[in-house]
Design a protein around this ligand. Structure first.
Ligand SMILES: Nc1ncnc2c1ncn2[C@@H]1O[C@H](COP(=O)(O)OS(=O)(=O)O)[C@@H](OP(=O)(O)O)[C@H]1O
Length: 252
């Protein structure tokens, strides 16, 4: 999330800013108490975080905003010229990657296959499982488009970010109205990791790759389950391609 004016601070406070004035404590219900506390801590954080100056871009990175129902309204209320950048990858691979990450922290969770279905016999997918839910990009985008125009939202292809990092970052720089400074010459492909890395990290002369927790080996998933998920996501992917005007190639 990029705002040209202000750091994205305390979104819960933005939506609740109607609780103001002398009598606010009197009117606060128990549910609102936490909001008031949030407002107070937001005030403190605003003191610490100065406003963005001319020529600066303030960035905030919270992946879950894209899938949080309340986020677009709150961000719009804070700064309607905020630009949004979202990295998306094939939702099936994304779900498996998400599961792999959880598994690395909680090795005792059920299998991917059993979490995928509400009812395995009927093939009914459990869309309430966050690993599945997050990949329904068209639905989340719909929510954002109630507040922001497509011209303020950029979707970066996670696949192209690996195969052509400079190309994808070129799009990001254009979207932000920046000169294209990051180019091919900043990257090399690390065959061992299977990912691109920076030739030089900022402020250092050494190469820099993303950490060990990125690029984990995914478990083998029953191909029938993968196919069922492909079928499930296809219509949502088609809608997403239409909405964004870009074919991400997940169903080719
Ligand atoms: N250059 C480079 N190096 C390493 N990893 C790369 C790179 N570019 C993209 N990726 C992909 O990033 C995926 C992890 O990103 P996440 O945003 O899911 O990570 S995290 O949730 O913040 O830990 C990670 O997903 P997994 O492969 O499932 O681990 C990678 O596919």
């Amino acid at each position: 999330m990029i705002s040209s004016t202000h750091l994205l601070c305390c979104p819960s406070a933005v939506i609740s800013s109607r609780i103001t004035g002398r009598d606010r404590n009197l009117r606060a219900t128990s549910g609102q108490v936490s909001v008031l506390k949030a407002l107070e801590s937001c005030g403190k954080r605003e003191d610490l975080m100065p406003k963005t100056l001319e020529g600066q871009i303030t960035m905030e990175k919270t992946p879950s905003y894209f899938v949080t129902r309340e986020a677009p309204a709150r961000i719009y209320a804070m700064s309607r010229d905020t630009k949004l950048i979202v990295v998306v990858r094939d939702p099936v691979t994304r779900a498996i990657s998400d599961y792999t990450q959880t598994l690395s922290k909680k090795p005792d969770i059920p299998t991917f296959e059993s979490l995928t279905f509400k009812n395995r016999t009927t093939g009914l997918i459990d869309t309430s499982w966050s690993a599945i839910q997050i990949g329904i990009y068209a639905k989340h985008l719909d929510n954002w488009l109630q507040f922001f125009p497509m011209s303020q939202i950029l979707f970066v292809s996670g696949e192209r970010l690996i195969s052509d990092p400079a190309g994808e970052l070129g799009r990001v720089q254009d979207f932000l109205g920046l000169k294209r400074i990051i180019t091919d010459k900043h990257f090399y492909f690390n065959q061992t990791k299977g990912f691109p890395c920076l030739k030089k990290a900022e402020g250092s002369s050494k190469p820099h790759c993303l950490g060990k927790t990125k690029g984990r080996t995914h478990p083998n998933i029953d191909p029938e389950v993968v196919q069922r998920l492909r079928d499930f996501y296809r219509p949502f992917n088609m809608k997403f391609y239409q909405m964004t005007g870009r074919k991400f190639g997940w169903d080719d």
